[in-house]
Design a protein around this ligand. Sequence first.
Ligand SMILES: C[S@@+](CC[C@H](N)C(=O)[O-])C[C@H]1O[C@@H](n2cnc3c(N)ncnc32)[C@H](O)[C@@H]1O
Length: 321
Amino acid sequence: MTIDSEEGDETPPARRRSRRYVPNLAEFYFRPQFDWTIEEAQASYEARQPPSSKVGIDCVYYEDCIEGMGRLPDGSIDLVIADPPFGIDFDGKSGAYNRDASLVVEGYEEVSESYDEFTKSWIREIPRVLKSDGSAFIFSGWTNLEPVLREVREAGLTTLNHIVWHYPFGVFTRRRFVTSHYHVIFLANNPQNYFFNKVEHYPEDVWAVKRKYRTREVKNSTKLPTDVVMRCIDFSSKPGDIVLDPFMGNGTTAVAAKCSWRHFIGFEINPELETVIDDELASVELGEAYIPYGERLPTIEQLAEKYPVAYREFLRREGER
Ligand SMILES: C[S@@+](CC[C@H](N)C(=O)[O-])C[C@H]1O[C@@H](n2cnc3c(N)ncnc32)[C@H](O)[C@@H]1O
């Protein structure tokens, strides 16, 4: 725009925006609500006592979880991570799952009783064993979701999120869509007071994490990725907390807990998995994956190195302050 004046034409200087848009800046300013140094995490871990003389911590008990959970005192668990059997006719070895049967441990236990009865009997123990501010994550395929949701409601637990875990791999199909997601139901005993550490600026309820196949490991073929279990631990527990997994399988929860200064208690009905779980646990060091949450976030210098144009002006202004 030009302005006519007695002195002649004058073009005003272009208006400078006082605040230039910088992408992802909110992420840079974000800080997790709770954080612990490595020393603090280790101290909390070492201070924690077992819930009773009958149940130790950092142990897997090879028995039916319904009996095992019965021995846990009221309010003794901070977080439950449960990945129950599917309740379908699945031997864990089927060629359709693109798995090498020679690497799969015998004895994947399906459910012999009615799936509804089985689901009721273990889910009703959760609100009792959980602390008043504790929470739970239950994994479920879509085929067995209905009884899980019903029993969760019956047990008086509150659903906080219905997370979809998307894994970009599914069983090949001809006349229907390929199933490539799991449901992860996030629950609290008390929706007004539960522990939640928002360790990311914008944590969405769709998690895209790949499953590993054909890794040449001997295992029970339903193994969850450690990254998925670690998300549950990071957001919903503190160092030193006790994480209960009623269906331990290959020991993924035990490994994730050990790596991050959390304790675990597990049940697994298939005793043949004991060597798998022991080997998995022996392969990691106590606390080895724990990094204080604030230190996991990108720094502005890292962002500027990656996106020099977008961040140059911002850094210049910061430097002038
Ligand atoms: C879906 S797998 C769990 C996989 C595990 N999340 C992992 O990452 O390896 C379910 C496990 O529950 C076990 N199981 C089945 N019924 C059980 C019961 N009543 N008590 C304890 N474990 C049981 C099965 O043997 C199987 O290993």
